[in-house]
Ligand binder design. Sequence first.
Ligand SMILES: Cc1cc2nc3c(=O)[nH]c(=O)nc-3n(C[C@H](O)[C@H](O)[C@H](O)COP(=O)(O)OP(=O)(O)OC[C@H]3O[C@@H](n4cnc5c(N)ncnc54)[C@H](O)[C@@H]3O)c2cc1C
Ligand code: FES
Ligand code: FES
Length: 459
Amino acid sequence: MSSQLITLHINGQTRQLRVEDSEALIDTLRERCELTGSHQGCDTAQCGACTVVVDGTAIKSCNRLTLQAAGAAVLTIEGLASEGMPLHLIQQAFSRHHALQCGYCTPGFVMRALAMVNEAVPAEPQAVRHALAGNLCRCTGYEGIVNALCEVLPVLRGAGLMSVQPNDTAQRYASPSVSELAPMGAMEPAASAASFQVKRPATLKRAIEWLAQHPDARPLAGGQSLLPAIRLGLAAPSHLFDLQDINELHELRVDERSHLIIGAMVSHARVATNPRVRAGWPMLAALAGGIADQQVRAAGTLGGSLANHDPAACWPAGVLASGATIITTHREITADAFFTGLFGTALASDELIVSVRFPPAVAGRYLKFEQPASRFALVGVAVVRFAQWVRVAITGLGSGVYRWSKAEALLSERFDSAALKGLTLDPRVASDDLHAPAEYRAHIAGVLLQRAVADLQRD
Ligand SMILES: Cc1cc2nc3c(=O)[nH]c(=O)nc-3n(C[C@H](O)[C@H](O)[C@H](O)COP(=O)(O)OP(=O)(O)OC[C@H]3O[C@@H](n4cnc5c(N)ncnc54)[C@H](O)[C@@H]3O)c2cc1C
Ligand code: FES
Ligand code: FES
């Protein structure tokens, strides 16, 4: 097992730790540091019990390698109130509103709530429920949790009580010193079945050199798909090259031809909240804001989603309908040529997505019928209207993103939901699986397209 010496600032204490390359942050916290307040529920980024705050952002620590967090400030539930200290205001509100029963999920909810103070989440029930979508509670129900947060969020904002920086944490909340805890019997995390080395290239040149040298290596973006795949034994890379330090991959700008450029490492959360995207490409902002939950949106990236080409992912439909161009380290690829079937793309193994270029459009809409737990698209339809033509792309059909050319021809002639009357999608382009039969998927695609076009007509 390969290991590395790193620095983490945990609850205000700076700590040097030797961790395995394949070690998840939750394991480092619980087993190496004995901070067992962060809980392991699903271990697949669904339940949010393991939520901690890293550099101000709530993330699911079961789905983050410790090496991805090297040098960062990590705040866990233990950093809020240690023994003998008054509970944090969020914890007090949970207690007042009976927002916990067994308490297993509670640290995750509290840490998620802490990060919400910095986000502009309004203190009203619907917004709070939406913001908590990545945290599941199996026994209490959500009413008390939502009420507690509606009460406490304005108080915290007013008092400026959000604390995520190491020094802040130490000043505001006395926390147990990690070095004090260690002698009490901190254990080595159980050896992970996965064995790979992690490196952080500083430049694109270095990243593609390393990829060329190691044919079984994979680039690592947020890890939101790759890490669960490794854990489930669906991927066994020799190396992961973490792209977070490569500046070019983080750009988000409008170029001189009024095209929107989004770097491969730009997170869904950043796209969703960027004022220029919201003003000029509102469909893309809404699509990104509807992916998964805030913890996944903060970590998951445009480049990772496109390279993965999950058949239920949202971005492939938005990118294909937008007629976007994928800019890689080697060339430019049109969206039409990029997606090559189930989990398939035109990328070579040593080729990286650098950014995606979106042309200006008149208007667009993305609607999905989502899986309630993950918010992946059972079916998702993106329709984009340009001056002379219309493009329609569907995700969720089962074998990768699909362009619906008959619908495009009808809508390019007359942009009216009435023009779609009698049009049905051939179920043979869809698949059956445990979630839905092909006929159902094809039907839903037609319904969503009708609704999207009707919406755009009303705008
Ligand atoms: C609970 C949960 C719910 C989700 N719900 C949704 C949803 O509703 N809709 C949706 O669309 N998605 C959803 N996702 C997926 C999420 O959007 C991820 O962002 C996406 O899968 C990619 O993850 P990532 O960016 O972290 O990439 P990684 O997981 O790091 O990488 C994914 C793949 O892309 C490759 N890769 C990464 N970057 C590059 C690059 N620059 N160039 C070439 N290859 C690269 C990696 O090697 C890997 O093969 C969900 C995920 C989770 C865990
Ligand atoms: S343990 Fe469930 S999201 Fe991490
Ligand atoms: S309080 Fe028991 S799972 Fe939420």
